[in-house]
Design a protein. Sequence first.
Length: 344
Amino acid sequence: MSDSPISTEVVIIGAGPAGLFQVFELGLLGIKACLLDSLQNPGGQCTELYPDKPIYDIPALPICGAQELVDRLMQQIKPFGAQLFLGEEALKVDKQESGRFRVETSAGTVFDAGAVVIAGGVGSFQARKLALAGAEELEGHQLHYKVKSAAEFHGRKLAIFGGGDSALDWTMDLGPKAASLTLIHRRAEFRAAPASVAKMRELEAAGKVRFIEGMAQSLRLQDGALTGVEIKAASGEIVTVDAEQLLVFFGLAPKLGPIAEWGLTLDKRAIVVDTEKFQSNIPGIFAIGDINTYPGKKKLILSGFHEAALAAFAVQHYIYPAKKQFLQYTTTSPAMHKRLGVPD
């Protein structure tokens, strides 16, 4: 563990879209931040779960890929020089008598921070696994719980498990491009959007997708390599599905992790905040994005951006209570132009 803590104005826990935009909003106010995340790359769920998935509700961007959004946010915060500490989980957050915070990570990094902003989504996620003998050995090369590059599945024999939005989205995306695609779900009803189910049924009718109502029984392996999967259909029949690649979307089990031990008021694994400052019950600890809750809360990236903007002013007031606050605009403010590196 570090002997000398890293002194910073703010520690932001979580490097998803809300956490990244928090760097920007604080930067506009002249406040420096350190950003940490348990994942190895910035972007949170966008990068980990659906990097190729289009997003349609980002202002002024009619369509934007999830990874593209993260890349744009990373470009936007460049002028502020935030230090990123990736692959480090925040283990402890302790408020000191001075009002500042001691933050310790799983890598032994220690911060001395003026304030803390938690932007940790809904905590760390773990995919619900395919509980079959031999499945673990196939993970990462023939069995996948997320899609990093859709192109690697083109022209392949695929089997997709699940009945939610992720399973249906990838069925629609990959169905026309795969050598074959079989969707397996334990029920005839789906949890996905009705429009997605209708589109899947169209692909099924066109012969581009096969649907089996049933559950996985066993893997078919040859010399340690996957060749297919045995399915017990709802009729009781055992059906063999040829497959080179398995995509499993049984959902994610969110784990709040150490955050639950920090003395924060929680409601259903979310941090209760006010809607003026987005501050928790511990003054100086703020929460934005999917990790927080308040009356009328909507879990949208757009909401996280709004929360980050208001939280920035509250953070500034907490750290510098005597400082007068002025609302300045990036179009006209010379101070903001200087912080952003805008040429004179």
